[in-house]
Design a protein. Sequence first.
Lengths: 98, 236
Amino acid sequence: MSEDHKHPNYMLIWVILLVLTVLEVAVALAPRYLGDVDGIITITIVLLVGMALVKAGLVAAYFMHLKFEQRNFVIIVSFPLVLACVLVILLLPDVAFG
Amino acid sequence: MSEAAAAAPPDIRKEVLGVTNGKMAMWIFLGSDGMSFMGLIAAYIVLRVNNLDIWPSPGKYLGISLTAFNTFVLICSSVTMVKAFEGALANDVAKLKKYLLLTIMGGAAFLGMQVYEYTHFFTNTHAAEGETAFRLFLSGIWEGSLVNGHWEFENGGTHVPRSTLFGSTFFVLTAFHGCHVFSGVVYLFFTYLGVCNGRWDKSRIEILGLYWHFVDLVWIVIFTIVYLVETEIGTG
């Protein structure tokens, strides 16, 4: 199992990451040029956070080889991510009533 | 205990869940380090959402294009790191050394640009006569203008009201990450020295790679929420 993951296409991942970075900057600048369109701030935030998560996922899956590890190992090392989400969710009341 | 350990097959003592103990240890460290970052990021989100009305537009004060280029450099250094690991797997020392060196250069370039960025914020004097310019500190944004070839900054400038949170969250998040990049460059440098002296193995290169990619991954998140996300429609 450790032998069959020697050559993921790193260059393809690299190109995808760069394209996503360019798209992110374009989306971030969009409100300046499109002006006050309804809900544009929400749309850009969702798009930006979504693209950042895709990029982070690609780095973890391919560069950090998580895609090629045993499932139990992936579950264990992904757990801090769950805790991190819990941390943010627990702070939401502070946002709502702050 | 020593009897039981001696009786256990050696591979079980060295590997758990298909990874070496060293790799497991690095993942556990990355998990706790990720929680440190998440604490700061969660605090950033709460502080910013609670102060949307006074939060300055990042696009107006931060250098998006320079930082986008910096992100590009860090992503490239991640790719050179996986190439170095490929070299290590193939026992190709020349390839390993070449790509490790490129990774070190990428990390150093990132740090250099961050130092340039900070210096620029501390001493910003790029403006024409009569125009306003700003400086960014932990204490927030200070604006001043050029009058008769003389910077009003000399007298401190004018503090942009309630911009302190913007300054402190910006510097805490980016500097905490910068410290990680610095540690990574030192880690890479000593690993490179080890490779030059013939003291290295594939497992150590992989563990080094995990740390380096993690630093890249965190930067992707920080770049997005600190530099790119706009919570008001900017004009600048």
